[in-house]
Design a protein around this ligand. Structure first.
Ligand code: SAM
Length: 264
């Protein structure tokens, strides 16, 4: 039976084994390591992963792929027949072991997936994933780049990010319209300690809510009239600036100031 690729599941399968090998090489897998693959598809990457370690768990949502994967790998592969975004990851983590994620991610789940790994960060030691090139550029963008924004700040706050290599559309079937890129994310152990991380991200998100507006306008909805007045008089960061001009350190200074104003 021929397999119908589903666009809505981001099914662009790698057709070049050398790219699969190149991705797996980047992960530098030892034989006792635990790997999670997201969306094994027909198993081109899975096959390379199983060549390195016997501990491979793969999450695949498409029921038409389950028999193909089971025929190919049998019990060697721990296949989780679930939507990786809805899956209860806690029930699959090995005890006292960190996991490496290696995956060619389906494009439509990239952002929610990256946000989910932030929440479970302590369980992973390395994440090597293929994403759309445009997303990879945003993830690693530094201050001053046109790609710099919330995604850059968020991913760089929690991970050391690295752009590894670009992948051309023709190595997939069917080929996507855009280029892809493989990136690595290593959890950052030295990340700043904040009293209220959730509120920090509220400040960052508010600062970018309208890219063309100054901080003064974007931050207004965060505070009551009186406290906003106090902010305009005492802010350690010039509120005429735009969110995109602030570094992580400056956002932390701004957040601390606003947080203190709110507590008083
Ligand atoms: N790894 C294969 C390869 O490189 O050829 C397939 C990669 S393809 C870009 C993405 C895969 O993720 C597809 O097999 C698709 O069915 C699966 N997928 C899409 N959404 C998913 C989800 N929410 N949870 C688990 N798998 C998903």
């Amino acid at each position: 039976m021929s397999f119908k690729h589903k666009k809505k599941l981001g099914q662009h399968f790698l057709s070049d084994k050398n790219i699969a090998k190149k991705i797996v090489r980047q992960a530098n897998i030892q034989s006792d390591e635990f790997i999670w693959e997201i969306g094994p598809g027909k198993g081109i990457l899975t096959n390379e992963l199983l060549g390195k370690t016997a501990n491979v768990t793969a999450f695949e949502i498409d029921k038409y792929l389950w028999p193909i994967l089971q025929n190919e790998f049998g019990d060697k592969l721990n296949l989780i027949k679930e939507d990786v975004l809805k899956s209860d990851w806690n029930s699959y983590f090995p005890v006292d072991r960190k996991i490496k994620i290696v995956a060619n991610l389906p494009y439509q789940i990239t952002s929610p997936f990256l946000f989910k790994i932030i929440d479970f960060q302590e369980h992973f030691n390395t994440v090597i994933v293929m994403v759309q090139r445009e997303v990879a550029l945003r993830i690693k963008a530094g201050l001053g780049s046109k790609d710099y924004g919330i995604l850059s700040l968020k991913m760089q706050f929690y991970f050391h990010t690295k752009y590894l290599f670009t992948v051309e559309p023709h190595v997939f079937y069917p080929p996507p319209r855009v280029h892809s890129a493989v990136i690595s994310l290593i959890p950052r152990l030295d990340r700043p300690v904040l009293k209220n991380e959730k509120f920090f991200w509220k400040v960052v998100e508010a600062s970018f809510s309208n890219r063309r507006k100054m901080l003064r306008n974007n931050l207004k909805p965060l505070l009551s009239g009186e406290k906003f007045g106090a902010l305009t008089e005492t802010s350690p960061i010039d509120l005429k600036r735009r969110g995109e001009s602030l570094s992580e350190e400056e956002f932390i200074i701004l957040y601390r100031h606003i947080y203190n104003l709110q507590q008083n």
